[in-house]
Unconditional design. Structure first.
Length: 206
C-alpha cells in the first residue's frame, strides 16, 4: 500500500469521524485565535486531515491520489526509503506552512476557521509539475493545457482570490502550499530545475 493511499484513507476516516463528533471538529479545525491564545499548535496538523463536506474531501483526495502516487514513485526512485520519508514530510510540512500566513492574518479573529488538505495537495501537485511540466492536465475533462500553464494560472488565481476574500476558500493555503512544494522539491533534488528547463525547451505545443 502506497503512502499516498494511506494519507487518503486517513483523511477520509478523520473527516467522517469529525463530521459525526462536533467536539472533535472544534478541537481539530484550524482556528488561529485558539492557536495564538491557547497554544493549540496541533491544529496546524489536524486541520489538514478534516474537510468541510464530501465534495471538499473528494476533490482534495482525487487530486492527491492522481498526482501523489506518481510523485511518491519519483521520490522513491531517487532516494529509496529516504525518498518515501521525504514525500511524507513534504505533505505534512506543506499542511503546516500553508497555514502560517493565515495564522498571522487571523490570529486575533476568534471566528475564523479553516480546514482541509489543500496545502499538502497543492505541494504535491506543483512538485508533479516541476518533474513533468508539459504533461497535459484537464479540468473537468474539457480544458486541457500543459501542467506549467495550469500552475501559472493557479498561482495568479490564488493571489487574486486571496486578496478579494469573497468566498470561504483559504486561497492563501493553496498558494503557499504550492510554492512550498516547488521549494521543497528543488531543495531535495536541485537537478529538477535543469530537468524542468529541458522539458520546456523541447516542448512544442503544436
Amino acid at each position: 500500500m502506497s503512502a499516498t493511499l494511506i494519507i487518503v484513507i486517513v483523511n477520509v476516516i478523520a473527516s467522517i469521524y469529525a463530521w459525526n463528533n462536533t467536539s472533535i471538529m472544534s478541537k481539530w479545525i484550524f482556528n488561529p485565535y485558539s492557536v495564538n491564545h491557547n497554544k493549540e499548535y496541533h491544529r496546524f496538523i489536524t486541520s489538514g486531515f478534516i474537510h468541510g463536506s464530501w465534495m471538499h474531501l473528494l476533490f482534495n483526495m482525487f487530486v492527491l491520489y492522481m498526482f501523489g502516487d506518481t510523485v511518491e514513485q519519483w521520490f522513491t526512485q531517487l532516494y529509496g526509503t529516504i525518498g518515501l520519508v521525504l514525500y511524507i514530510v513534504m505533505f505534512l510540512a506543506a499542511v503546516v506552512v500553508s497555514d502560517i500566513p493565515t495564522y498571522f492574518k487571523n490570529k486575533e479573529n476568534a471566528y475564523y476557521n479553516a480546514l482541509g488538505a489543500s496545502g499538502g495537495t497543492s505541494a504535491i501537485l506543483f512538485s508533479y509539475i516541476l518533474f513533468d511540466p508539459t504533461q497535459s492536465l484537464c479540468l473537468y475533462g474539457l480544458l486541457c493545457f500543459p501542467g506549467v500553464v495550469w500552475g501559472a494560472l493557479y498561482i495568479v488565481y490564488s493571489v487574486y482570490m486571496g486578496k478579494q476574500q469573497r468566498d470561504n476558500v483559504n486561497h492563501d493555503a493553496h498558494l503557499w502550499g504550492g510554492l512550498f512544494g516547488i521549494a521543497f522539491t528543488i531543495l531535495i533534488y536541485p537537478k529538477v530545475i535543469l530537468h524542468f528547463i529541458d522539458q520546456l525547451s523541447n516542448f512544442n505545443i503544436f
